[in-house]
Design a protein around this ligand. Structure first.
Ligand code: THU
Length: 160
């Protein structure tokens, strides 16, 4: 038996320390929270994607009376990008969460299903997608989706 260790390093920034592009993306994610459809949880999530062509796209969580039929903001944004810009790589993703009248102090982090969906796009284009998670106290940056999912499952894993 041997033990394997999977380590992840993230960067924690004060908002003002973020690179300009990341700040812009966070502002878009924050603005998107206003479009969230979240009557059941009251938890408004906004996501913003920067495409390789410079365009910025947004997404929000979309809830449903049949709870599991809803979708997170990250996947809404990513599926929209993949549906409308199938050949354009995604350069970065930002997420912001708003509840009880304010943005969350701690960053909201994508759920497991979102990480897996985001990974597909990252892997498909072979370009790291930094994941920028905004919180009022600090903003956490993962350098890639892969780094949020140790020992992940991708298309190569299907080869046996
Ligand atoms: N949610 C997201 O949109 N993204 C996340 O990363 C975590 C959770 C949504 C799902 C649901 O509408 C609400 O937040 C509460 O879980």
């Amino acid at each position: 038996m041997k033990e394997l260790t999977f380590a992840t390093t993230v960067k924690s920034y004060a908002f003002d320390e973020l690179p300009e592009t990341y700040r812009q993306l966070v502002e878009k994610a924050k603005a998107m929270t206003r479009n969230s459809y979240s009557p059941y949880s009251g938890f408004r999530v906004g996501a913003a994607l920067l495409l390789d062509n410079g365009e910025i796209l947004g997404g929000t969580n979309q809830e449903n009376a049949a709870y599991p039929s809803g979708l997170c903001a990250e996947r809404t944004a990513m599926f929209y990008a993949n549906a409308n810009y199938p050949d354009v790589p995604v350069r970065a993703l930002a997420v912001a969460c708003y509840t009880n009248g304010h943005f969350t102090d701690e960053p909201g982090s994508p759920c497991g299903s979102c990480r897996q969906s985001l990974l597909e796009t990252e892997h498909r284009f072979g370009k790291d997608i930094p994941v920028i998670l905004y919180g009022e106290k600090h903003t956490i940056v993962f350098e890639s989706v892969r780094s949020t999912l140790p020992y992940c499952f991708v298309n190569d894993s299907l080869q046996g």
